[in-house]
Design a protein around this ligand. Structure first.
Ligand SMILES: [Fe+2]
Length: 343
């Protein structure tokens, strides 16, 4: 990405909406510079939930959004001068990397310790999962019988030649494919995962630009089976669309479906740490419903009910989220995908 240091200038100017280089976008929710500067990889109507936080607490928020890696690089490069108070991501690996680079502040928060189960937060309380998402199989029920899927290892099962010409998958944008592959390397090792990805490609998989395009391609009959994050289908179906696409929970007789978290930590150089901590505490408790309503993910907080559109898919067993493995294996996943020729 090309980097700029325009956020501070934009914030000082109190601009409502502006775009900075490299596709990051800045959104100031009020006329004055906000109390908190949030660097976020989320791109799902985040402003609504942040506005609600401001209504309830009086703490104002500005958002800079881009992808997880861009935002991490920005915090790293800005160093002590970074205006960022919160680093928020759509996957666990970059949170682990940020903590490993000492960019996140350890928090002492009984509220977060109670709201976020241990498997969804850092052992040293430097980052916390806020919502969960599953990356699983979707299909056209008119052309595919769910019994055709390998219930033990559904991802590996898609290398079977019977799927030739029937598959759509997402490109490397947004890091979802890379995170999935990192988790598969963690599970199976590099060589077996390379074989798996090569097996997908050998089935003439059609590569789509994002999950929404992939779901639309299945609905339109371009392909029969794909892999997507569950909430893209939940969102469409909540609006009465894509009802001709069905979701299948992958690997339920094996290691479980690939699950990831969207989470956040307080930036170590923040000058508003107690407000930043309050923001995370609110998102993990009173703000959970608003987060779910916006994007149909699953709550991390076990006391919060699952939203109706996501609940319609039924329950599932997830693969354990291992942020350290996903963070450490991310470079291997990038290398593996390049080696397989996945673009
Ligand atoms: Fe997404």
């Amino acid at each position: 990405m090309r980097r700029t240091s325009r956020l501070a200038a934009l914030t000082a100017a109190g601009l409502a909406v502006a775009t900075v280089a490299s596709g990051c976008s800045f959104l100031g929710l009020g006329d004055e510079p906000g109390d908190l500067q949030v660097y976020t990889g989320r791109h799902y109507g985040s402003e609504e939930v942040f506005k609600k936080f401001t209504e309830e607490t009086g703490i104002t928020v500005d958002i800079l959004s881009g992808d997880d890696a861009e935002m991490l690089e920005r915090v790293r490069t800005e160093g002590a001068d970074s205006p960022a108070d919160i680093y928020m991501t759509v996957s666990a690996g970059p949170l682990w990397s940020a903590a490993d680079d000492d960019l996140l502040e350890p928090l002492t928060s009984p509220v977060l310790d109670e709201a976020v189960p241990a498997q969804y937060r850092d052992a040293d309380d430097r980052w916390f999962g806020l919502v969960r998402r599953a990356r699983t199989v979707v299909y056209d029920p008119e052309k595919v019988d769910a019994k055709e899927f390998d219930a033990t290892d559904t991802y590996a099962g898609l290398t079977d030649p019977k799927w030739k010409g029937r598959l759509c998958m997402r490109d490397l944008s947004g890091a979802y494919t890379t995170s999935l592959v990192a988790s598969l390397i963690d599970l199976h090792g590099y060589d077996k995962t390379l074989e798996m990805v090569e097996g997908w490609l050998a089935n003439d998989v059609e590569i789509m630009g994002n999950d929404v395009e992939l779901l639309e391609a299945i609905s339109a009959g371009t392909c029969e089976v794909g892999i997507t994050n569950h909430y893209y289908l939940a969102r469409a179906q909540a609006e009465g669309e894509l009802e001709d696409v069905e979701l299948y929970w992958a690997s339920q007789k094996g290691a479980g479906v690939h699950e990831n978290i969207s989470g956040a930590g307080v930036v170590a150089t923040s000058d508003a740490k107690s407000k930043a901590q309050k923001f995370l505490e609110w998102l993990a408790t009173d703000g959970q419903d608003d987060m779910l309503e916006g994007n149909h993910e699953y709550p991390v907080n076990p006391t919060v009910p699952v939203d109706a559109a996501a609940a319609a898919f039924g329950s599932f067993t997830p693969m354990a989220v291992d942020a350290e493995a996903y963070g450490k294996l991310n470079p291997d996943a990038v290398k593996l995908l390049a080696e397989a020729g996945y673009k």
